[in-house]
Design a protein around this ligand. Structure first.
Ligand code: SF4
Length: 474
């Protein structure tokens, strides 16, 4: 998540929205509100495309949803179908050409598409398409998908999507718009989330159900892994892609990416985080005076830990919510200022106390070390770090920005070595079994690869990953 200051977290890549609506005046505005609710999934660029049955009108730009769109712009965008996208990207790939939705013309009209995820074979397909003379406009792998769909669309859009799904591998949750239809697609493993909602007699799609709450829609259900949902004037139609393997929903959505007020695959993200905190307390008890959270994403787990341990929950770190995009990054020698700017200890609550600090994950360990130090500087007698996910030890290839394996502290150091590095009095991570249990989902339905290296589909080697990131932009 973009924080203005890098707080050593994995970064989710994108959020998508779609709506089929009977009031063309309201469509773009509803997409806008949906994107607003999904802003945590990407802060680098935002885009909306609407179609009035004749033409596709689209606009995208760099920045937050509220920076890219204003009232006048939204008023100009009329159509009964709309899709939208928010995107995070790594440095160097962040330019408006890579923003979405992508819009391509084909024989039968226009296809607009918004993609959340990452393909593992985009570079191969892209080379083949380039050999056939196709010129790509962007450096993102999403363009491979939309071009394949356009290429096969003389067979009908759903057949074209199915054929495309037969070629592409990896993670994708898509909202697609033609002149007549809104289509939602989730990859056969269900790696990235996508939900279906209803607003009056109209239907909506979104990465997370919190977008529906804001749009005034109600969650109907998840789009199933491998499902293609077509929405048009006749209603809704579902097609199941035939090659659906095991399910593999990304467990990190429950740990950190998704908003706690979202329901994913039927599970409340808030409850999952709270359960993880309770289990963490059972697995790693310690005598202390107060349980604090690294805000905001660790708060539910800290509440759970406090409840299960009987140690009171208190605010120990105060978050500055106003660090914007124009925040000037401190120099290396000023890194501690950066962390204090973002999270400042609440001296009154930690001074002279034995503190349990709950964090949802440790990626490189840099922020944990600074937080422990700042709590001790504020007078904490002891700082015990408890983490509501196991050590992150493997890179993600499915649309999440992770450092290379050798930079993941959990991949190269033991728990005791990490404890010493971050200078905590004790350190405890929840077990993988405990984490799985916290979601109430069966283990075989989850992707746990960044903890155990068990990738649900074959992944390229790290060199190829670096290349794929360059051309894939994800
Ligand atoms: S590797 Fe980790 S972050 Fe990536 S999809 Fe799997 S669980 Fe999610």
């Amino acid at each position: 998540m973009y924080n203005g200051v890098n707080l050593d977290k994995l970064k989710e890549e994108c959020g998508v929205v779609g709506i089929y609506h009977d009031s063309p005046e309201e469509t773009a505005r509803l997409v806008y509100y949906g994107l607003y609710a999904l802003q945590h999934r990407g802060q680098e660029s935002a885009g909306i495309a609407v179609n009035d049955g004749i033409k596709c009108n689209h606009y995208k730009g760099m920045g937050l949803v509220s920076e890219v769109f204003d009232d006048a712009r939204l008023k100009e965008m009329k159509g009964h179908i709309g899709i939208g996208h928010v995107r995070y990207s790594t440095a160097g790939e962040s330019y408006v050409g890579n923003a979405q939705p992508l819009v391509v013309r084909y024989r039968g009209g226009t296809i607009a598409m918004a993609h959340n995820g990452n393909l593992t074979n985009a570079s191969k397909i892209r080379s083949r398409l380039e050999d056939d003379g196709l010129v790509f406009q962007t450096t993102i792998d999403s363009e491979v998908i939309v071009n394949l769909i356009a290429r096969y669309s003389n067979e009908g859009v759903i057949a074209a999507i199915e054929r495309t799904m037969g070629l592409i591998k990896g993670a994708y949750a898509l909202t697609i718009m033609t002149e007549e239809e809104l289509i939602g697609v989730r990859d056969p493993l269900g790696l990235r989330p996508l939900s279906l909602g209803k607003i009056g007699d109209n239907y909506a799609l979104a990465s997370e159900s919190c977008a529906f709450d804001v749009m005034g829609a109600t969650l109907i259900r998840e789009v199933e892994p491998g499902e293609i949902i077509k929405i048009n004037k006749n209603g809704i139609e579902s097609t199941k892609y035939k090659n659906v393997g095991r399910r593999a929903s990304c467990i990190f959505e429950y740990i950190y990416f998704a908003r706690p007020d979202s329901i994913l695959d039927g599970v409340s993200v808030y409850e999952a985080r709270k359960n993880a905190g309770k289990l963490l307390a059972l697995e790693h008890p310690v005598e202390a005076d107060v349980v604090i959270a690294v805000p905001d994403s660790s708060i539910p787990s800290a509440v759970g830990y406090a409840e299960a341990s009987g140690i009171p929950f208190g605010e120990g770190l105060i978050k500055n919510r106003y660090i914007g995009r124009t925040f000037i990054q401190p120099t290396q020698s000023m890194r501690e200022i950066a962390v204090r700017l973002k999270l400042n200890p609440l001296k009154q609550n930690v001074e002279g106390k034995r503190v349990i600090m709950i964090d949802d994950s440790i990626v490189r360990g840099t922020t944990s070390k600074r937080l422990v130090k700042s709590l001790k500087n504020a007078g904490a007698k002891e700082v015990h770090v408890r983490v509501s996910s196991p050590p992150v030890a493997f890179s993600c290839y499915f649309g999440i920005d992770t450092p290379d394996k050798n930079q993941l502290i959990g991949g190269v150091k033991t728990v005791e070595q990490i404890r010493k590095i971050i200078e905590a009095d004790s350190l405890g991570y929840i077990s993988l079994e405990g984490l799985v249990k916290s979601t109430t989902l069966p283990k075989e339905n989850l992707c746990l690869a960044c903890f155990n290296g068990d990738y649900p589909i074959p992944v390229p080697n790290p060199e190829e990953k670096a290349f794929a990131r360059y051309i894939g932009g994800e």
